[in-house]
Design a binder for this molecule. Structure first.
Ligand code: CP
Length: 317
């Protein structure tokens, strides 16, 4: 595998799940596959889970790991061509990317959406520049429009916790004080649409996601109705996608928080969130601390998804 930026890069979900199960059976079965190979993890944005889980996965495979935080200690990077570089960015990404590529064998990139330039965001300008100019396999550690390592871990988690063959999975918008990208929601929808689950998206009117990601999902504007009979509730905030208000927040509608009363409408649903989560904004203390909450095993599966992807990339070197 030369790149991993979306669900289509991993092959069939059945195969991906089998690879994940193999990893979970023995995390150290291929502990020499990465001998003398270096992973470079580049962060344009903060991270806890992605940083730790991906590093752990690489270590399980015997890789060396270099982590670079672009905004903390590295030169600020210009990404536009033709810009007169007389501002605060002393290095251009066109030189920086091949240089970084020369120091490693595989590159992971985290580069969130700007939320100000929809065209650049939805063209995935930053990660595509790494794919084009680094000369190395590149995987997304959350890009502008997708977070595939997260979605892969989400899928593994649902398969582990489901009690019926085709569960009802509900992605619900939930309130947040800041404008967040659509990447996690887009990506989750993209992966769920590859399954035969009963997949429903619920959000306030105006928060429609790109139809490219909604796909065949049912959109239900009544959150309570969406929750009825659900086996999994996946909460996430995202900012506006449509119209000139792209990337902004229309309202912080606190009535959309996931609470105990809403969870009672479900089929004893499990509660999921990619984390970090704002308690008593997105979800109540009571729900996230209940036995229904599987956010910790969900996060733990980030090692598994990263290890599958890194293993596939190492095998293709
Ligand atoms: N879910 C997730 O990607 O977490 P981090 O932002 O902490 O990496």
């Amino acid at each position: 595998m030369k790149k991993f930026t979306c669900v289509h890069d991993i092959g069939s979900l059945e195969r991906a799940l089998n690879l994940a199960r193999e990893v979970k059976k023995d995390f150290f079965a291929h502990s020499h596959l990465g001998d003398n190979k270096t992973l470079l993890m580049i962060f344009f944005n903060s991270s806890l889970r992605t940083r730790l889980s991906t590093q752990k996965a690489a270590m399980n495979l015997g890789m060396n790991v270099i982590v670079l935080d672009i905004n903390q200690g590295a030169w600020k990077l210009e990404s536009e061509r033709g810009v007169i570089m007389d501002g605060d960015k002393p290095e251009h990404i066109f030189e920086a990317i091949p240089v970084m590529g020369s120091y490693c064998d595989i590159i992971g990139v985290r580069a969130f959406a700007s939320l100000t330039n929809k065209v650049a965001d939805y063209n995935e300008t930053i990660i595509n520049q790494f794919i084009k100019y680094s000369g190395k396999p590149v995987f997304s550690m959350e890009a502008a429009t997708r977070h595939p390592l997260q979605s892969f871990a989400d899928f593994i988690t649902i398969e582990e916790f489901k009690t019926v063959a085709k569960p009802k999975v509900v992605l619900t918008w939930a309130p947040h004080p800041k404008a967040l990208p659509q990447a996690v929601a887009n990506s989750f929808a993209e992966w769920m649409n590859q399954t035969d689950y009963d997949f429903v998206i619920t959000h306030p009117k105006g928060y429609e996601l790109s139809q490219d990601f909604v796909g065949k999902a049912k959109v239900e504007y009544d959150q309570s109705r969406a929750f009825e009979g659900a086996d999994f509730i996946y909460a996430k905030n995202w900012s506006l996608f449509n119209g000139p208000a792209y990337g902004t927040v229309k309202c912080v509608n606190r009535s959309w928080m996931v609470d105990e009363k809403k969870m009672q409408l479900t089929n004893s649903a499990k509660f999921m969130h990619c984390l970090p989560v704002r308690r008593n904004m997105i979800v109540t203390d009571g729900v996230i601390e209940s036995s229904a909450s599987i956010v910790v095993p969900q996060a733990a599966n980030r090692v598994v998804s990263a290890q599958v992807v890194l293993k596939e990339m190492l095998l293709s070197l």
